[in-house]
Ligand binder design. Structure first.
Ligand SMILES: [Zn+2]
Length: 207
Protein backbone atom coordinates (compact mmCIF):
# COMPACT_ATOMS: atom_id res chain seq x y z
CA UNK A 1 0.00 0.00 0.00
CA UNK A 2 1.78 3.09 -1.22
CA UNK A 3 -0.51 6.05 -0.93
CA UNK A 4 1.64 8.75 0.58
CA UNK A 5 2.16 11.45 -1.99
CA UNK A 6 5.95 11.64 -2.03
CA UNK A 7 6.56 7.92 -1.90
CA UNK A 8 4.00 7.39 -4.57
CA UNK A 9 5.71 9.90 -6.87
CA UNK A 10 8.97 8.04 -6.39
CA UNK A 11 7.21 4.91 -7.56
CA UNK A 12 6.17 6.75 -10.72
CA UNK A 13 9.76 7.89 -11.23
CA UNK A 14 10.95 4.30 -11.05
CA UNK A 15 8.27 3.12 -13.42
CA UNK A 16 9.24 5.72 -16.02
CA UNK A 17 12.97 4.98 -15.70
CA UNK A 18 13.61 8.30 -14.03
CA UNK A 19 12.77 10.39 -17.08
CA UNK A 20 10.78 12.83 -15.04
CA UNK A 21 12.29 16.28 -14.87
CA UNK A 22 9.34 18.36 -13.71
CA UNK A 23 10.11 19.28 -10.09
CA UNK A 24 6.57 20.50 -9.42
CA UNK A 25 5.11 17.18 -10.47
CA UNK A 26 7.60 15.28 -8.36
CA UNK A 27 6.93 17.24 -5.17
CA UNK A 28 3.25 18.09 -5.68
CA UNK A 29 1.02 15.48 -7.25
CA UNK A 30 -1.70 16.73 -9.53
CA UNK A 31 -5.31 15.97 -8.67
CA UNK A 32 -7.85 15.24 -11.36
CA UNK A 33 -11.62 15.24 -11.61
CA UNK A 34 -13.84 13.82 -14.33
CA UNK A 35 -16.13 16.69 -15.33
CA UNK A 36 -19.10 17.11 -17.60
CA UNK A 37 -18.46 20.47 -19.26
CA UNK A 38 -22.00 20.79 -20.59
CA UNK A 39 -23.99 19.82 -17.50
CA UNK A 40 -21.38 21.23 -15.08
CA UNK A 41 -21.27 18.03 -13.05
CA UNK A 42 -18.31 16.05 -11.75
CA UNK A 43 -17.22 12.84 -10.04
CA UNK A 44 -15.20 12.97 -6.80
CA UNK A 45 -12.79 9.98 -6.59
CA UNK A 46 -12.45 10.15 -2.80
CA UNK A 47 -16.16 9.41 -2.49
CA UNK A 48 -15.57 6.25 -4.52
CA UNK A 49 -12.71 5.34 -2.18
CA UNK A 50 -9.84 6.06 -4.56
CA UNK A 51 -7.20 8.77 -4.90
CA UNK A 52 -7.28 11.91 -7.00
CA UNK A 53 -4.15 11.37 -9.07
CA UNK A 54 -4.44 9.91 -12.55
CA UNK A 55 -2.49 6.78 -11.66
CA UNK A 56 -4.70 6.28 -8.61
CA UNK A 57 -7.84 6.33 -10.76
CA UNK A 58 -6.64 4.39 -13.79
CA UNK A 59 -7.23 0.64 -13.82
CA UNK A 60 -8.99 0.58 -10.45
CA UNK A 61 -12.28 -1.34 -10.48
CA UNK A 62 -15.41 0.52 -9.47
CA UNK A 63 -13.74 3.90 -9.51
CA UNK A 64 -14.24 6.90 -11.76
CA UNK A 65 -13.72 5.00 -15.06
CA UNK A 66 -16.52 2.57 -14.20
CA UNK A 67 -18.80 5.36 -12.97
CA UNK A 68 -18.16 7.23 -16.22
CA UNK A 69 -18.92 4.09 -18.24
CA UNK A 70 -22.35 3.91 -16.61
CA UNK A 71 -23.01 7.59 -17.22
CA UNK A 72 -22.20 7.12 -20.93
CA UNK A 73 -24.36 4.04 -21.55
CA UNK A 74 -27.03 5.74 -23.67
CA UNK A 75 -29.11 2.67 -24.56
CA UNK A 76 -29.00 1.00 -21.16
CA UNK A 77 -32.09 -0.88 -20.04
CA UNK A 78 -33.07 -2.28 -23.41
CA UNK A 79 -31.57 -5.77 -23.11
CA UNK A 80 -30.46 -8.47 -20.76
CA UNK A 81 -27.09 -7.84 -19.18
CA UNK A 82 -27.70 -4.11 -19.07
CA UNK A 83 -27.23 -2.16 -15.86
CA UNK A 84 -29.95 -1.96 -13.26
CA UNK A 85 -30.64 1.75 -12.98
CA UNK A 86 -32.53 3.68 -10.35
CA UNK A 87 -35.41 6.05 -10.72
CA UNK A 88 -33.05 8.88 -11.61
CA UNK A 89 -32.04 7.22 -14.90
CA UNK A 90 -28.41 8.10 -14.31
CA UNK A 91 -27.06 5.51 -16.73
CA UNK A 92 -26.56 7.30 -20.03
CA UNK A 93 -27.24 10.73 -18.56
CA UNK A 94 -23.81 12.01 -19.75
CA UNK A 95 -23.98 10.41 -23.19
CA UNK A 96 -23.40 12.96 -25.94
CA UNK A 97 -22.03 15.63 -23.60
CA UNK A 98 -18.55 17.16 -23.67
CA UNK A 99 -16.55 15.49 -20.92
CA UNK A 100 -12.94 15.87 -19.76
CA UNK A 101 -10.60 14.78 -16.99
CA UNK A 102 -9.29 18.07 -15.62
CA UNK A 103 -6.46 18.58 -13.15
CA UNK A 104 -5.80 21.36 -10.67
CA UNK A 105 -2.71 22.35 -12.69
CA UNK A 106 -4.70 22.71 -15.92
CA UNK A 107 -3.78 25.75 -18.00
CA UNK A 108 -6.16 27.96 -19.94
CA UNK A 109 -5.20 26.15 -23.12
CA UNK A 110 -5.59 22.63 -21.68
CA UNK A 111 -9.06 22.78 -23.26
CA UNK A 112 -10.48 25.13 -25.91
CA UNK A 113 -10.41 28.62 -24.34
CA UNK A 114 -14.20 28.88 -23.90
CA UNK A 115 -14.11 26.25 -21.15
CA UNK A 116 -11.66 28.12 -18.90
CA UNK A 117 -9.82 24.92 -18.03
CA UNK A 118 -7.61 26.64 -15.46
CA UNK A 119 -10.61 27.46 -13.25
CA UNK A 120 -12.67 24.26 -13.58
CA UNK A 121 -11.06 22.30 -10.74
CA UNK A 122 -11.55 25.09 -8.21
CA UNK A 123 -15.24 25.31 -9.10
CA UNK A 124 -15.82 21.64 -8.27
CA UNK A 125 -17.08 21.78 -4.69
CA UNK A 126 -20.36 22.19 -2.86
CA UNK A 127 -21.87 25.65 -3.21
CA UNK A 128 -22.10 27.57 -0.93
CA UNK A 129 -21.03 25.18 1.85
CA UNK A 130 -17.40 24.76 0.81
CA UNK A 131 -16.78 28.14 -0.82
CA UNK A 132 -15.12 29.65 2.25
CA UNK A 133 -12.68 26.81 2.72
CA UNK A 134 -11.91 26.86 -1.01
CA UNK A 135 -11.48 30.66 -0.95
CA UNK A 136 -14.09 30.83 -3.69
CA UNK A 137 -16.19 33.88 -4.57
CA UNK A 138 -17.77 32.50 -7.75
CA UNK A 139 -21.52 32.70 -8.22
CA UNK A 140 -23.77 29.66 -7.89
CA UNK A 141 -24.13 29.06 -11.64
CA UNK A 142 -20.35 28.85 -12.12
CA UNK A 143 -20.02 25.82 -9.85
CA UNK A 144 -19.92 22.19 -10.89
CA UNK A 145 -22.28 19.77 -9.14
CA UNK A 146 -20.87 16.62 -7.51
CA UNK A 147 -23.06 13.69 -8.64
CA UNK A 148 -20.87 10.95 -7.16
CA UNK A 149 -23.33 10.09 -4.39
CA UNK A 150 -26.04 9.70 -7.02
CA UNK A 151 -24.12 7.15 -9.08
CA UNK A 152 -22.74 5.14 -6.11
CA UNK A 153 -26.11 3.51 -5.27
CA UNK A 154 -26.43 2.52 -8.93
CA UNK A 155 -22.93 1.01 -8.85
CA UNK A 156 -23.76 -0.93 -5.67
CA UNK A 157 -26.93 -2.26 -7.26
CA UNK A 158 -24.88 -3.62 -10.15
CA UNK A 159 -21.70 -4.80 -8.42
CA UNK A 160 -22.32 -7.74 -6.10
CA UNK A 161 -20.44 -7.16 -2.87
CA UNK A 162 -19.47 -3.52 -3.37
CA UNK A 163 -20.28 -1.35 -0.38
CA UNK A 164 -19.54 2.35 0.04
CA UNK A 165 -21.08 4.29 2.91
CA UNK A 166 -22.34 7.48 1.29
CA UNK A 167 -22.68 9.12 4.71
CA UNK A 168 -18.93 8.95 5.23
CA UNK A 169 -17.06 12.26 4.95
CA UNK A 170 -13.77 12.65 3.10
CA UNK A 171 -11.77 9.79 1.56
CA UNK A 172 -14.04 6.80 2.02
CA UNK A 173 -13.08 3.21 2.55
CA UNK A 174 -14.50 0.86 -0.04
CA UNK A 175 -15.71 -2.41 1.31
CA UNK A 176 -16.53 -5.78 -0.12
CA UNK A 177 -19.15 -8.10 1.28
CA UNK A 178 -18.06 -11.70 0.53
CA UNK A 179 -21.63 -12.91 0.14
CA UNK A 180 -22.18 -10.32 -2.51
CA UNK A 181 -25.62 -11.49 -3.54
CA UNK A 182 -26.91 -9.66 -0.50
CA UNK A 183 -26.33 -6.42 -2.38
CA UNK A 184 -28.88 -5.44 -4.94
CA UNK A 185 -32.54 -4.66 -5.19
CA UNK A 186 -34.09 -5.25 -1.82
CA UNK A 187 -30.80 -5.17 0.07
CA UNK A 188 -31.49 -3.54 3.41
CA UNK A 189 -27.94 -2.41 4.17
CA UNK A 190 -27.90 -3.94 7.65
CA UNK A 191 -24.90 -6.17 7.07
CA UNK A 192 -22.66 -6.44 10.10
CA UNK A 193 -19.47 -4.49 9.58
CA UNK A 194 -17.21 -7.40 10.57
CA UNK A 195 -18.42 -9.40 7.59
CA UNK A 196 -17.04 -6.79 5.23
CA UNK A 197 -13.55 -6.70 3.85
CA UNK A 198 -11.52 -3.98 2.26
CA UNK A 199 -12.42 -4.00 -1.42
CA UNK A 200 -8.85 -3.15 -2.35
CA UNK A 201 -7.55 -6.10 -0.31
CA UNK A 202 -10.02 -8.47 -1.88
CA UNK A 203 -9.12 -7.44 -5.41
CA UNK A 204 -5.39 -7.39 -4.63
CA UNK A 205 -5.04 -3.94 -6.12
CA UNK A 206 -1.61 -2.34 -6.52
CA UNK A 207 -2.43 0.73 -4.36
ZN1 LIG B 1 -17.45 28.06 -4.44
Amino acid sequence: MIRNGYVYEDWILNKTNGNHNNTKEKLMGQYHLTVNLDKKEFLMPHKLGIGLKLMEQHGIPYGTPDALFMLLACSNGKGSGDFIDNQNKLCGSWAGDRIAVVGDYADKDSLPMMFGADSIYKLCHTYPLDCNSEECTADASSHYLDITDMIIPVMMMNVPGLYINTNEIGWRKREYIPNGNLVGPGWDGDMESDTRQSLDTHLDLPF
